[in-house]
Design a protein around this ligand. Structure first.
Ligand code: URA
Length: 200
């Protein structure tokens, strides 16, 4: 198992898909190696590609506001994306790009071992809830194995859609309680089947 630093070197050298050609740099993700919560977005945008850091544009500022509303700073959580390179013109990621990048996200999760994974938007939601619709499942934590997955709307979508903005704010407010439950369940037996947590 590589360390996070070795993994980031591997990501920086990646040529597995066409996105390697257009990127300024890769955006592997950032946060403490022992973070309890991991937020997974979609893909780097213009500013992320320039700075090599996730969520540094408008969506990032909104994510920071949302984190502050529950007393968290971005430095206290791990933030990354489903894909590590910016798609041209910020288009949606293609399925072959997601497949090519999947081993990197898998390794990040294995190394960080977060107790709670918050998926932001439908692309990261699809990792754990492949056939779900975000409008149906957002705000509902599920336990899969020893970990809780919690789907939320993407902050960028919520910034532009007032009805999703209040949903994303409300879903964020549930995180402290979900984290408490995640800490308790981390000690319990892992489950094979996804289980709906009846917290709310
Ligand atoms: N949107 C994302 O999904 N990820 C980022 O890093 C920035 C915006």
């Amino acid at each position: 198992m590589p360390s996070l630093t070795e993994l980031y070197e591997e990501i920086a050298a990646c040529q597995r898909c066409e996105l390697a050609k257009g990127r300024t740099q890769t955006v592997p993700g950032e946060g403490p190696e022992n973070a309890e919560i991991m937020f997974i977005g979609e893909a780097p945008g213009f500013h992320e590609d320039r700075q090599g850091r996730p969520f540094v544009g408008a969506a990032g500022r909104f994510l920071e506001e949302l984190l502050a509303s529950i007393g968290l700073k971005r430095e206290e959580v791990f933030i990354c994306n489903v894909i590590k390179c910016r798609p041209p013109g910020n288009r949606d990621p293609l399925s072959d790009e997601i497949v090519a990048c999947k081993p990197f996200l898998d390794k990040q999760i294995e190394l960080i071992q977060p107790k709670l994974i918050v998926t932001l938007g439908r692309y990261s939601m699809a990792r754990c809830f492949p056939n779900a619709q975000i409008t149906h499942v957002h705000g509902q934590p599920k336990r899969i194995g020893g970990r809780i997955y919690y789907p939320m709307f993407h902050p960028a979508a919520a910034l532009h859609q007032p009805k999703w903005r209040s949903a994303v704010e409300e879903d964020m407010r549930k995180i402290p309680q979900i984290l408490k439950e995640a800490e308790r369940l981390a000690e319990a037996e892992p489950l094979e089947q996804a289980e709906q947590l009846s917290l709310f």
